[in-house]
Design a protein around this ligand. Structure first.
Ligand SMILES: Nc1ncnc2c1ncn2[C@@H]1O[C@H](COP(=O)(O)OP(=O)(O)OP(=O)(O)O)[C@@H](O)[C@H]1O
Length: 282
């Protein structure tokens, strides 16, 4: 990514503003999350996560991934700053924030009597009320096609399997075309084929619209194959960031997960993590 892709002028967003360059993408400055007096995420600083790519957030259970995503989505109070394309997320009004940032929780979408099509329509109508009918239906067609969900479009959510419902949940997000997608374990209910379909579709969507996706995920090999950038969290702190092929090492896996692991290179050239043994907790 060159500097031109990575920056745009503030003047392009606001005619009155001076033409200073602000970094495109997501910047975090001293981000922290607490529940009451208990700090669970501390001092996360991130140079811009660039647009156009899917970024994996990995780490052990309880490391702070969901808390971070929920804070960025405005659902957990946070300290520090999160800047999206130079704008402080906390300072955006709720409607603007909802248009630019979309969040998918770990839990599956509710099994309502709405069809998949209706649920996606409702999502886009709520987040983007300004869109015309033709654009809305075109977006829905595109997203259902991209995710391989056309055959399920007229099925009610309550008649879908867990994995199918998870895919429908992603369709509800993608149709809004947000700038920042925050996904909490979006492949947790999916079989191997649907995991690949989802990751391929997500990568195409994000690259095509120069959006940004930050995704909490436990499958390191899936993340290594599809994500150009990886954030590794441990005990509420960011302990590594970079391309999976560069940062995934046995030492990092020991620190992040408390396991002995080998890291090999698969025939596609991406790292392959083989977990061998859990260390006793210290
Ligand atoms: N609502 C809450 N109130 C108090 N503590 C919480 C709450 N939610 C999470 N925590 C604590 O915050 C810490 C981070 O939890 P979080 O859910 O962010 O971890 P995670 O990395 O997403 O874990 P997992 O991989 O298991 O989903 C944990 O110690 C957890 O017990």
């Amino acid at each position: 990514m060159n500097a031109q892709q990575c920056c745009f002028t503030a003047a392009a967003r606001s005619p009155a503003a001076p033409a200073t360059e602000v970094p495109a993408g997501l910047v975090l400055r001293g981000l922290g999350v607490s529940y009451g007096s208990k700090a669970v995420v501390r001092d996360i600083d991130l140079a811009p996560l660039p647009t156009g790519c899917v970024v994996a957030m990995v780490g052990a259970n309880g490391a702070g991934k969901s808390s971070t995503l929920r804070a960025l989505a405005g659902l957990n109070p946070m300290s520090g700053q999160a800047l999206l394309d130079g704008d402080d997320l906390a300072a955006l009004d709720p409607a603007t924030r909802a248009r630019r940032v979309a969040y998918m929780p770990q839990s599956l979408p509710q099994a309502s009597s709405l069809t998949v099509y209706e649920s996606v329509l409702s999502a886009v109508r709520t987040a983007c009320p300004q869109l015309g009918t033709a654009v809305v239906h075109q977006r829905i067609e595109t997203v259902l096609g991209d995710l391989g969900l056309r055959d399920l479009a007229m099925r009610p959510l309550l008649a879908l399997s867990g994995g199918q419902r998870q895919m429908a949940g992603l369709a509800q997000l993608l149709v809004r075309e947000p700038r920042l997608l925050l996904l909490d374990e979006p492949t947790s209910a999916l079989d191997l084929r649907w995991q690949l379909c989802l990751m391929e579709a997500l990568r195409r969507h994000v690259a095509g619209r120069q959006a940004l996706c930050l995704m909490a995920v436990h499958d390191l090999n899936l993340a290594a194959r599809f994500c150009s950038d990886m954030l590794v969290m441990a005990q509420g702190r960011l302990i590594a960031r970079g391309a999976p092929g560069r940062i995934l090492t046995p030492d990092l896996l020991r620190r992040a997960y408390g396991i002995a692991a080998r890291v090999e290179t698969c025939s596609l050239g991406t790292p392959l993590v083989i977990a061998e043994r859990a260390f006793d907790p210290e």
